[in-house]
Design a protein around this ligand. Structure first.
Ligand code: ZN
Ligand code: ZN
Ligand code: ZN
Ligand code: ZN
Length: 575
C-alpha cells in the first residue's frame, strides 16, 4: 500500500498517512483518521488537566476537597474514597442506545450526569495536592509521579525520589532543584539530561560525573568547570566563593546557555533505539514520531508511554499496552479504542472513560470491574456483542467510529489542559482556533512582598518569609502578564522548599509555580520533528574531508541554533 496525503479536518493542513498506518487501521478495523497527528495529539491533551487544582465540595459527602474540576463544573464530582467505595455504582446511570442519534451526543449525556472522580491520587500520605500520582509521602504540587518523599512542584518524578523541587522527569534522584531528565542524581541544580551525577551545577548531558560546574557532554569526570579540568583545590575554592545571589544565578544560566549552544548535540535525546524517530526515547524498535517513550515496539504517534507498548498508535500517557488506538491517561489498555482516564486495566473496550478494571465495555463512564456494558447498562454476553456491532455500524455512518472524543465536550478549557504545556497558545489564538478558554476570576491575594523587595541571597531571608504573600514577577509588566497565561499572580514559600533552598544556599524564586513550569518547558524541544542534516565537518570522522550528509528527523527545529550531529559523529566527539 502507498502513503496517502490527506487534509486535516481541524487545522486544514496536509498530512501523510504512511503504509504502516494503513495496515494498523485495517488490523483494528477503523477508518483512516480525519485529523493530522498533531491535532489528534492536542485533542487527547485537551482532556487532561494535571495541575490546575481547585477547591470545591464533594457532591456526595459535602466535604471540602481538591479537584481537577472547577466548582461550577456541569457534572457531579465525588471525593476519591467515596467514588471508589461500594456506595457508588455508575451502573445506575445506564441507558439504552438510541439509533436515531449520534453516539457522542448520547455518551455526553451519560457523562454529564455520572459522578466524576475528583482527582487521581492513591495511597499517598500527607500529599493532598498531588494528582495522577500514587504512593507519595509529604509531597506538594507534584503530578504524574509515584513513590516519592518530600518532592514538590514537579512532574514525572519516579521511583523513590527524595527532596526534589521544580524537576521534570527524574528517576531515583535526591536533593535536586530545577532539573530535567535526570536519573540517579544527587545534589544537582540546573542540570539537564544527566545520569549518575553528584554535586553538579548548570550542566547538561553528563554521565557519572561529580563536582562539575557549567559542563556539557562529560563522562566520569570530576572538578571540571565549563568543561575544563581545574583540579580539586581550585574547583573547591571557586565553588566556595560563589555568592548564590539572584543575579549570579541569572548570569550563570545565560553564560551556560551560550556555552552549550557552541557544542555539538546528538539529534535526539535517548539511547538504544532502532528504526525509530522522536525525542526522549529509549529501548525501542520501529517507533515513529514519539516523545518521552521507552520500551515501544511497532508504534507511532505515542507520547509518555512506558513499558511493553506494542503495536499501538496515537496513545498518550499509558503504561503496558497492546493493539490500542487513541488512548489517553490509561493504565494497561489492551485492544482498546478511544479510552481515557482508566485505571488498573482495561481490555477489549471502546469509548470508555474513568473506568477501573473493566473488560468488554462500550461507551461507559465510571464503571468498576464490569463487563458487557454499553452506556453503563448491563447486557448478557450475547446481547452485548450483537448490540456493539450494530453501534459500530451506526458510528461508521455518523463518521464517529475511530475518532477520539470531540474536544468541544472536554471538561477542561485549553489553558487548563496539558495542550497548553506542549502547544502553548495565547487567549486570542486559542479562541480563534475554536478552543475554550478559562478566564480565572481576578484574584486579590493582597501581596505583601514585591519583586524589588525579594531577598537577594539565602542569608537575606527573614524568619517570617513563610507568612509573606509574594507577587509573581510575571505580574510586573503587561508583556509578562500576557506571556504567562497560567500565572497564579502570587505565591507563598513552604517550609519544605525552604529546606532545599538552604541546602543549596540559594535565594527563593521570584516566579510562581506555573510560571516556573512554563519557563522550564520552554527550554525543551517542542514535541514535533523536523527533517535536518548532520552539520558535522570534522575531517577525522567517517565522512572524511566531506561534510557529513547523514539525514534524520529531529525535535531541534530548523531555526534552533544548536549544532546537531548524527549519532556516529556525536559519539566521536564525546569526551
Ligand atoms: Zn491538523
Ligand atoms: Zn506567575
Ligand atoms: Zn554526522
Ligand atoms: Zn562527523
Amino acid at each position: 500500500m502507498n502513503s496517502e496525503i490527506k487534509t486535516c479536518q481541524n487545522c486544514k493542513k496536509d498530512f501523510t498517512i504512511e503504509p504502516d498506518d494503513f495496515s494498523f487501521y485495517e488490523k483494528i478495523k477503523v477508518p483512516p483518521p480525519t485529523f493530522c497527528p498533531e491535532c489528534r495529539y492536542i485533542r487527547r491533551l485537551l482532556d487532561r488537566n494535571e495541575y490546575n487544582l481547585y477547591k470545591r465540595k464533594c457532591d456526595a459527602t459535602g466535604k471540602s476537597i481538591i479537584s481537577i474540576y472547577r466548582p461550577e463544573a456541569l457534572f457531579p464530582v465525588y471525593e476519591q474514597e467515596y467514588w471508589k467505595s461500594d456506595e457508588f455504582d455508575a451502573l445506575q446511570y445506564g441507558r439504552d442506545f438510541d439509533f436515531s442519534r449520534s453516539f457522542f451526543e448520547q455518551y455526553e449525556e451519560l457523562r454529564r450526569v455520572t459522578p466524576h472522580l475528583a482527582m487521581v491520587n492513591s495511597n499517598s500520605v500527607n500529599s493532598e495536592y498531588t494528582n495522577q500520582s500514587q504512593n507519595n509521602k509529604d509531597c506538594y504540587m507534584l503530578v504524574t509521579s509515584g513513590s516519592n518523599e518530600k518532592c514538590m512542584y514537579g512532574s514525572w518524578c519516579q521511583r523513590n525520589c527524595y527532596m526534589l523541587s521544580d524537576c521534570y522527569l527524574a528517576n531515583k534522584c535526591e536533593f535536586c532543584y530545577e532539573c530535567m531528565n535526570i536519573t540517579k542524581c544527587s545534589r544537582c541544580a540546573w542540570v539537564y539530561d544527566c545520569s549518575d551525577c553528584v554535586n553538579l551545577f548548570f550542566s547538561k548531558d553528563c554521565k557519572g560525573c561529580t563536582d562539575c560546574f557549567g559542563c556539557v557532554g562529560l563522562r566520569s569526570k570530576q572538578y571540571y568547570y565549563f568543561n575544563e579540568n581545574i583540579g580539586k583545590e581550585e574547583y573547591e575554592r571557586r565553588v566556595k566563593n560563589i555568592i548564590w545571589s539572584r543575579d549570579f544565578i541569572k548570569e550563570t544560566l545565560e553564560k551556560f546557555e551560550k556555552f552549550y549552544t557552541r557544542l555539538p548535540v546528538k539529534f535526539y535525546h535517548g539511547f538504544q533505539v532502532k528504526d525509530s524517530t522522536g525525542d526522549y526515547i529509549e529501548n525501542s524498535e520501529n517507533m515513529r514520531y514519539s516523545f518521552n517513550c521507552r520500551n515501544n515496539k511497532d508504534t507511532a504517534y505515542i507520547q509518555d508511554a512506558w513499558e511493553q507498548i506494542v503495536d499501538c498508535m496515537d496513545c498518550t500517557e499509558i503504561i503496558i499496552s497492546e493493539l490500542s488506538y487513541e488512548v489517553q491517561g490509561v493504565e494497561i489498555p489492551h485492544r482498546c479504542i478511544a479510552v481515557r482516564s482508566c485505571f488498573n486495566t482495561i481490555t477489549d473496550s471502546c469509548y470508555c472513560d474513568m473506568c477501573f478494571g473493566v473488560r468488554e465495555c462500550f461507551g461507559c463512564f465510571g464503571l468498576k470491574h464490569n463487563e458487557f456494558c454499553i452506556l453503563n447498562k448491563q447486557y448478557s454476553k450475547e446481547e452485548y456483542f450483537k448490540l456493539k456491532e450494530k453501534i459500530i455500524e451506526h458510528m461508521r455512518e455518523t463518521k464517529e467510529w475511530g475518532e477520539y472524543f470531540p474536544s468541544e465536550v472536554s471538561p477542561f478549557a485549553y489553558n487548563e489542559s496539558m495542550a497548553q504545556d506542549y502547544f502553548p497558545l495565547s487567549r486570542e489564538e486559542a479562541l480563534k482556533k475554536g478552543y475554550k478558554w478559562y478566564d480565572r476570576p481576578q484574584r486579590e491575594y493582597g501581596a505583601t512582598m514585591f519583586t524589588k523587595d525579594l531577598p537577594e541571597t539565602f542569608s537575606d531571608i527573614k524568619e517570617n518569609i513563610g507568612d509573606e504573600v509574594i507577587q509573581c514577577s510575571s505580574q510586573n509588566s503587561p508583556e509578562g502578564k500576557k506571556k504567562y497565561v497560567l500565572c497564579a499572580t502570587a505565591f507563598k514559600i513552604t517550609p519544605l522548599e525552604l529546606t532545599l533552598y538552604k541546602i543549596f544556599n540559594i535565594p527563593i524564586p521570584d516566579k510562581c509555580f506555573p510560571c516556573r513550569r512554563q519557563d522550564r518547558f520552554a527550554k525543551r524541544n517542542q514535541r514535533k520533528l523536523w527533517r535536518r542534516t548532520c552539520v558535522c565537518d570534522k575531517k577525522n570522522h567517517f565522512h572524511g574531508v566531506n561534510k557529513c550528509e547523514v539525514k534524520f528527523e529531529t525535535a531541534y527545529a530548523t531555526e534552533n541554533p544548536a549544532i546537531i550531529y548524527c549519532e556516529k559523529c556525536y559519539q566521536q566527539e564525546i569526551y
